[in-house]
Design a protein around this ligand. Structure first.
Ligand code: 26V
Length: 804
């Protein structure tokens, strides 16, 4: 199509004119962006077709990653980079007077996810393709992704995310591959000879239309598919007002759900889940039969991965297909089903474990409910044989109990593999949340510590650091990220450390400029950039961070001469629209920022910045500029965390608790190059089980905390009246569920150590370097290789052997 910048320019200009009926000088930046996007998508299509053809001919095992979220962010530059044409395109555009960054700016973030779980799915897709593995994503094409956050007067406002407003250049609508998904109706059971036959009658159908996105591997000609389903009205007749039906139908793929909404949306959320799995299974099986003939061999030829419990209805749906459509017996269907599914758990927080009330479930999905009932009955029977008479035990493990369907139980019972996302998380699952299941079938349980794609989070987000690494150790690390270890010998090379410092400084200056543009706030790029970016949740303890900032402020006001290295605290976080408490924390951060940023007494010393609308593309700007990575969840609550890995890979040093993957980060970098504080998971769980923590005592005995909490309510913060009473209550009256006050002193101390460490420039750079050098383990390539070999049983058989 084009192999140098001149060919590119010609092709680009021609496509622009043909696509928009305009000359180049008449075109807008958006026209140019769409032209480039379409061109690149067409460029990809040969490899895309070849990859599919290769899979069809080799009949190799395929993996499908079902996820209700895929947080892709922008894809233009990642695609250019993976295709190896970034420079050609950049230079060609530049000859035409177009900056590639301007076009990147135009591209909307595909924000089809809330946070870690959705971004993990996106990183996994990148690794699957880049490793040449046959793995594809299945998700929902939400018309509106996660809301756009605006801050007004310190409060979060939510605006609908219009990412599809100008069309999405990467997607291909495949209407001919649409499938029908039934809801409501009734099940008729008839007896034909020996067999029972089930028919789903009077159902209301929704048409699922697939939109395919190419997932381009890094320099290996592999292009896998992310198939996103859109809900449209079905040609089948319906028994209700057509406008009403249309509205209801289109609502299914209208919004991404924030993860903690309450009752009202339940039916819709359940509809979304069934819509995703029913459509995906129909298309997976169709393509399977196209490749291989025998449905009975299904579990040998495909694996379906369930990302958290949201797609767990795929299990009874496959049973339904095998029983009702292929007329297999229960035992045989069950054998196939259980051999096909694997499940990842992403949280142990009980409030996040999905449970569907029967009265909602049964009428909406009558046949699926019947099948779950039968699964439950047989499973309970099996348990009864093993634990005769132990009713409580059986009740605790049942799939249906107390009037609800327990999705985690369904997922565990119906899968051959269950994994947690960091070692400590898997251990907690095995000896607490899923203890009984673990005792019953220990062979299912395994750990797969999360990872992130170093191609986006280092190569693309931080080209300056990437070049320095490549100049120093060659570019093998791009294919084998663990090779970044080869940087370790440069620990005492002061010339190298100087270059590392230059790179970090440059990224900090770029971010400072962005902050000046967006927040109108002038920050000192030589100050420590102390960063906490993640969803806003009580357990992640942004509150501990802001309380510590209030403490520093009080200290500086009391004694202006005290030893303190200037710091800029940077926050980025969205709160779920219905999460009242999280919104109070956002307001508190803003009130404290207002107070501190306007006080000339601390002017050169502390700044507090809240960056609006945190999302993947903003993360790519903030993370490379960070010095300190705040990973301060209450121990035992953060399943893994992945921001911790992204920051580490960019040379930030972690201040964190022994929680999630922080534990494994410490093992890699060593205890000297990470700042660990606070209660351990064991200690937290002991307090939770046995009591013994009294937050009031901390209020009375720690004058610093007393002053800070008083300042939340005594007019110290501008114009807030009783705004922060819910926060004060959570700390005092509700006994500080997340141990903020308990960990405060330890946090103050470790932060002080981190500050002093930063003052020793050489020492800090060495710490930073060790974090970068040891981050290769946290590449999602390593994670995906583990899934591929230990769970899925797939390997790279691509014709084009990748360079490693
Ligand atoms: C959901 C909810 C909803 C109700 C309120 C409390 C709450 C807390 C957490 C969640 C998250 C559910 C699933 C999730 O996103 N887990 C995240 O998955 C990441 C990828 O494995 C992992 O790194 C994060 O630690 C984990 O929180």
């Amino acid at each position: 199509m084009f192999s140098n910048k001149d060919e590119f320019k010609l092709a680009f200009l021609k496509k622009l004119e043909m696509g928009f009926g305009k000359t180049f000088p008449e075109s807008t930046v958006r026209d140019q962006y769409h032209t480039l996007g379409n061109m690149i998508r067409e460029f990809i299509s040969t490899d895309w077709i070849n990859t599919n053809e290769h899979y069809r001919l080799t009949k190799q095992k395929q993996v499908y990653y079902l996820s209700i979220e895929f947080l892709l962010g922008k894809v233009l530059s990642q695609n250019l980079m993976n295709l190896g044409i970034y420079t050609i395109v950049q230079e060609g555009l530049s000859d035409l007077g177009i900056g590639l960054e301007q076009l990147e700016e135009i591209e909307p973030d595909a924000g089809l996810g809330n946070g870690g779980l959705g971004r993990l799915a996106a990183c996994f897709l990148d690794s699957l393709s880049s490793l040449g593995l046959p793995g594809h994503g299945c998700g929902i094409r939400y018309r509106h992704g996660l809301f756009e956050q605006k801050i007004m007067n310190g409060y979060q406002l939510e605006l609908p995310d219009h990412w599809l407003r100008h069309g999405h250049v990467w997607e291909v609508r495949k209407e001919d591959l649409s499938v029908e998904v039934p809801f409501w109706g009734r099940v008729e059971c008839t007896k034909t000879g020996e067999n029972l036959e089930f028919k789903h009658l009077d159902a209301e159908y929704v048409t699922a239309v697939p939109y395919d996105l190419p997932v381009v591997g890094y320099n290996n000609s592999t292009v896998n598919t992310l198939r996103l389903w859109s809900a449209e009205v079905s040609p089948y007749p319906v028994n209700k007002d057509i406008m009403h039906y249309k509205r209801e139908t289109e609502m299914i793929s209208e919004f991404l759900y924030p993860d903690d909404t309450h009752d009202e949306g339940k039916i819709l959320r359940l509809k979304q889940q069934y819509f995703l799995v029913a459509a995906s299974l129909r298309s997976i099986i169709r393509s399977y039969l196209n490749r291989k003939g025998d449905i009975k061999q299904l579990s040998k030829d495909i694996c379906i991965h369930i990302n958290d419990t949201h797609p767990a209805l795929a299990i009874p749906e496959l049973m339904r297909i095998l029983l009702d459509e292929y007329r297999l017996g229960w035992e045989e269907s069950w054998e196939i089903t259980r051999g096909t599914f694997c499940y990842t758990n992403h949280t142990t927080l009980s409030e996040a474990l999905e449970k569907w009330p029967i009265h909602i479930f049964k009428p909406l999905l009558p046949r699926i409910y019947m099948i779950i009932e039968e699964m439950n009955e047989r499973y309970c029977h099996e348990l009864w044989e093993k634990f005769p008479g132990e009713w409580d035990h059986i009740q605790e493990m049942a799939i249906i109990a107390d009037g609800v369907v327990k999705m985690a139980h369904l997922a565990v019972v119906g899968s051959f593999s269950v994994n947690g996302v960091a070692r400590i998380h898997t251990e907690i699952l095995k000896d607490r949340e899923m203890k009984l299941f673990y005792q019953h079938s220990p062979e299912k349980f395994n750990n797969k510590t999360n990872g992130i794609t170093h191609r986006r989070w280092l190569l693309k987000a931080n080209p300056e650091l990437s070049s320095l690494i490549t100049d120093t150790i060659g570019n093998d690390w791009v294919y084998q990220p663990e090779q970044m270890k080869n940087l370790l010998p440069y620990m005492n090379d002061s010339a190298f450390l100087d270059q590392l410092a230059v790179v970090k400084q440059k990224k900090k200056e770029q971010l400072a400029k962005r902050i000046l543009d967006q927040n109108g706030l002038l920050i000192d790029p030589t100050s420590i950039f102390d960063v906490q970016v993640k969803r806003l949740h009580a357990y992640k303890r942004q509150l501990l961070n802001i309380i510590h900032i209030m403490h520093l402020y009080n200290r500086l006001k009391e004694d202006a001469s005290c030893d303190f290295y200037p710091r800029t605290f940077i926050f980025g976080a969205k709160a779920s629209p219905g999460y009242y408490y999280a919104k109070k924390i956002i307001k508190l951060i803003h009130s404290v920022a207002e107070k501190i940023n306007h006080d000339p007494a601390v002017k050169e010393r502390i700044k507090v910045v809240f960056m609006e609308n945190y999302r993947v593309s903003l993360a790519e700007e903030i993370i490379p500029a960070s010095d300190i990575s705040e990973q301060i969840s209450t121990a035992s609550k953060e399943a893994s965390g992945t921001g911790n890995m992204k920051l580490m890979m960019n040379g930030a040093v972690t201040v964190g608790t022994l929680d999630g993957a922080n534990i494994e980060i410490r093992e890699k970098v060593g205890a000297d190059d990470i700042f660990i504080f606070g209660l351990s998971a064991k200690e937290v769980m002991k307090f939770e089980q046995e009591g013994g923590y009294n937050s009031m005592e901390y209020y009375y005995h720690d004058k610093r905390l007393q002053e800070i909490i008083n300042q939340m309510r005594n007019g110290f913060l501008p114009d807030v009246a009783d705004e922060f009473e819910p926060i004060v209550d959570s700390l005092l009256t509700e006994n500080d569920q997340y141990f903020v006050m308990r960990d405060f002193d330890s946090y103050v101390n470790i932060q002080q150590q981190a500050g002093s460490a930063f003052e020793n420039r050489q020492k800090w750079l060495r710490m930073s370097l060790r974090n970068i050098a040891m981050s290769g383990y946290f590449s999602s390539d390593r994670t995906i290789e583990e899934y591929a070999s230990q769970i899925w049983g797939i390997s790279n058989t691509s014709l084009e052997t990748s360079i490693n």
